[in-house]
Every structure is written in C-alpha cells, then in structure tokens.
Design a protein around this ligand. Structure first.
Ligand code: DQA
Length: 152
C-alpha cells in the first residue's frame, strides 16, 4: 500500500519511558522502548497505518508535539504519559485544545499500586484507556485508535 495515503497515528511515551527494559523490570518488563516501537510500527503497517513515535521527559515538548500534530496530518494518538499521567494539566489541556482522539495506556495496573497512581488527568477525556496488560496494551491501544479513526 502507498504509505502516503495511509492514516497517521502518533505514539507518545512520556517521562522515564526511555528507560524501558532497564527500569523496574519486575513491573515494566525487559523490552526496550526501541524494541516496542519497532514492533508496533510493523503491526501498524499491517493495519495500513503509519505510526510515528516520540518519547520525551519534558512536558513542554509533549505539549508542542500535540499542538503540531494536526498540521502533520496526525489523526490519532496513543499515549503513555508515565508519571505525567498524575500531574499534567498542561498535557491534558493540549489534548482538549487540538481535539484529536487519543487512547491512554499504562503498562502496569496502576490501580494495584500506590494511591497517587489512581488519579489520571487523561482518563475522563480519553477515547479509551488500557491499563495493566503489559506491553501488549500498546497493541490493544493501536487496534482501538485505528478503529476509532476508521469510523470517523
Ligand atoms: C505507567 C504508570 C505510571 O504511574 C508511572 O509513573 C509510569 C508508567 C505505566 O505504564 O504503568 O511511568 O504509566
């Protein structure tokens, strides 16, 4: 399929997710971010989707990326905001500002963890939320956002 005609989705991984594979492997596993992204880009191709990826530990970079998304033809997002989930009104407002659908994903089951992880600034405005399915959650999020943008 000609990639130019494909729908574009952006995968955003927030703070500390660059450490995947090294960081608390008993919670987040041994797969690196690079491996995760490569696998997901392939899965997306099979669905006729071009998947772009970005990771940042800087809140403002994520905000700016969301602002620029429409101009770049992004039709949907998958985001694991990391700890920004529990703190970032700025990223929440960026999503509200651009009105592009997004699916929130967390590798761990945040509801089995510390109470400060039970609050998300995103879940009530997300088009879907996937929690506690490990890295497989990213594939579920990809299927979900693909379905959402295909039915628009
Ligand atoms: C996380 C859960 C967050 O509470 C944590 O700060 C992360 C990762 C997850 O994927 O399970 O960095 O979003």
């Amino acid at each position: 399929m000609n990639q130019d005609n494909c729908k574009k989705i952006l995968l955003i991984n927030g703070v500390n997710l660059n450490l995947l594979g090294m960081r608390e492997p008993e919670i987040y596993g041994h797969t690196t971010l690079k491996m995760l992204e490569t696998n997901l880009i392939e899965k997306a191709k099979g669905l006729g989707i071009v998947l772009h990826t970005m990771q940042s530990n800087r809140e403002y970079e994520i905000v700016e990326t969301i602002h620029q998304a429409k101009a770049q033809g992004i039709e949907g997002f998958i985001i694991n905001p990391g700890a920004f989930t529990h703190t970032s009104i700025a990223i929440r407002d960026a999503f509200l500002g651009v009105d592009i659908p997004f699916v929130e994903i967390h590798i761990s089951n945040v509801y089995q963890r510390e109470s400060f992880r039970h609050t998300s600034y995103f879940s009530d405005i997300a088009n879907g939320v996937i929690v506690g399915c490990g890295l497989y959650g990213y594939e579920l999020a990809l299927l979900n956002i693909t379905n959402i943008i295909s039915n628009k």
